[in-house]
Design a protein around this ligand. Structure first.
Ligand code: G3P
Ligand code: MG
Length: 347
């Protein structure tokens, strides 16, 4: 009857399945939301024909900001609350290395952002390329620090500082100078800048937060990413020293990232549902990059206790009309189609 408030409907959360989303090329492109993403999120939050909520997390290879900051940005873009408890980015697992290495070079990202992230992870002594250039401007003949960089960079006598590891946290904003500095360290005696090893086998280890050679940004065609820097660095090391360089990448498709995602999803479900039995039959992973999202999901599906079902969308790296190098369980146009596909499969 008119005037009577509607009876609140209890929306329950399913324990049978969940979703995990890649971000770039699935939900966001070039900083702008892909319109179907908003509808897809609404469907997960209960606006679907079964009136049920579906648990979900976000697993991006991107980074360059703290998880909390990325979630604030994503919440605005998706017009709903995203919490850091639902979010993993490429560098999230790097926090587990903070105890192991004392002084680290952190590369990539805007301004001081990645130093802030690394310090937040507990890294004790974080050096940036700017610190090194401030100490010795001859390091990079074609790069001069801006007034802002000069103010924020922390110069010290790097001849006396041993750098224990190199972490590429986010995309380099200046490949030439960043690669020069990484190469100097790789060719050094035990990580001391200004020295040259006789064997080129005593430089610090290099870790990349992911290995995407290309990614989907605002341009119609894919853009080169961190994996391209990795290939370039390895080739350059070989050209200069004649030796092979072995580096390590985190992120998708690494199994560690999917294990991390499983733990996150379990925690999220424990905190947000009344479920005591953490039985989850299927996680739908929605991605746009066959080499990272589909490959990782398919490989993890083979070893995980529960099903991981890969869905490829056509809004990002993968383009219609081509054959993906790793075959997804389903290919659909948009993230909304992916969510509908998963829901339909469950009923
Ligand atoms: O730089 C980020 C990009 O390579 C991939 O991000 O969200 O597609 O995993 P995403
Ligand atoms: Mg993507």
């Amino acid at each position: 009857t008119p005037g009577t408030p509607p009876t609140p409907v209890e929306v329950t959360t399913t324990d049978k399945y969940a979703f995990a989303f890649d971000i770039d090329g699935v939900l966001i492109r070039g900083g702008k939301v892909i319109p179907e993403a908003i509808q897809a999120m609404k469907a997960l939050n209960g606006e679907n024909e079964y009136g049920i909520k579906i648990p979900y997390i976000f697993v991006t290879n991107g980074g360059g900001k703290t998880e909390a900051e990325r979630c604030v940005q994503l919440s605005k873009q998706l017009e709903m609350e995203v919490s850091p408890g639902q979010f993993i980015c490429g560098h999230t697992p790097m926090r587990e290395m903070a105890e192991k290495y004392n002084t680290v070079l952190v590369v990539g990202g805007e301004g001081e952002q990645c130093r802030i992230v690394a310090e937040g992870y507990g890294f004790k002594d974080v050096v940036t390329p700017g610190d090194i250039i401030k100490d010795n401007a001859d390091t990079t003949p074609f790069r001069k620090l801006t007034a802002e960089e000069m103010k924020n960079s922390r110069a010290r006598n790097f001849a006396k500082v041993q750098i224990d590891a190199i972490f590429v946290f986010a995309d380099s904003r200046d490949w030439a100078s960043d690669q020069q500095i990484i190469l100097d360290l790789l060719m050094s005696k035990n990580g001391y800048l200004g020295t040259r090893s006789e064997t080129f086998e005593e430089g610090p280890p290099v870790f990349f937060s992911h290995n995407d050679v290309v990614w989907s940004a605002s341009h119609d065609l894919t853009r080169i990413g961190m994996g391209a820097l990795r290939v370039s660095l390895e080739a350059m090391f070989k050209a200069v020293t004649g030796k092979e360089l072995k580096t390590t990448a985190f992120g998708k498709p690494q199994m560690g990232t999917f294990e991390f995602a499983t733990r996150l999803l379990q925690e999220w479900r424990k905190d947000h549902t009344a479920l005591t039995l953490l039985l989850q039959l299927c996680t739908y992973f929605v991605g746009d990059t066959p080499e990272s999202d589909i490959r990782g999901t398919n490989e993890y599906d083979k070893r995980a206790e529960n099903t991981w079902y890969s869905i490829l969308v056509r809004t990002g790296v993968f383009q219609a009309g081509t054959k993906p190098r790793f075959e997804p369980r389903a290919t659909v146009d948009t993230v909304l189609d992916a969510v509908n596909h998963g829901i339909e499969r469950e009923y």
